[in-house]
Design a protein around this ligand. Structure first.
Ligand code: MG
Length: 155
């Protein structure tokens, strides 16, 4: 058994879709980044790569490479899943916490869980997605950005 941890942060801006856990959520602000800036999946991928000591997403999908521009993070997660599979790892479980002031994403978290589980070929109950606000404090509270933390266990 191996454990990994991941963290990611992206800026919230106007004119971008808000994609979290592979799900597009109606919002006046979206996350800015080279890819779709899905903080939930980015934190998860770093946790998975970390568990396997395979570096991080910056190493596998550099934001200097045009091929990853605007790419859906679900595509990147599939690639991470493949990297683990090639090394005979399987995902036992993962737990992700999103920190976002608004909009409320609670009614979308089950959709995120089943989407992630599908990509990782893990049971739906092996994937947990939680969301919290920052109580109006700091950059998250000011809606300047969103952050996500993830842990993953692989075997
Ligand atoms: Mg990122």
């Amino acid at each position: 058994m191996r454990i990994g941890f991941g963290y990611d942060i992206h800026r919230l801006v106007r004119g971008r879709p808000l994609v979290l856990g592979g799900v597009t959520i109606p919002s006046d602000l979206g996350l800015e980044g080279h890819s779709d800036a899905d903080v939930v999946l980015h934190a998860l991928m770093d946790a998975l790569l970390g568990a396997a000591a395979l570096g991080d997403i910056g190493r596998h999908f550099p934001n200097t490479e045009p091929q990853w521009k605007g790419v859906a993070s679900t595509v990147l997660l599939s690639k991470v899943s493949q990297l683990l599979k090639e090394r005979d790892y399987r995902v036992i479980n993962a737990d992700i916490t999103l920190v976002l002031e608004s909009p409320k994403v609670m009614r979308h978290t089950d959709e995120m869980r089943s989407l992630i589980a599908g990509i990782l070929e893990a049971p739906a109950d092996a994937i947990s997605v939680k969301a919290t606000t920052s109580e109006g404090l700091g950059f998250v509270g000011a809606r300047e950005g969103a952050a996500a933390y993830a842990v993953a266990l692989i075997e």
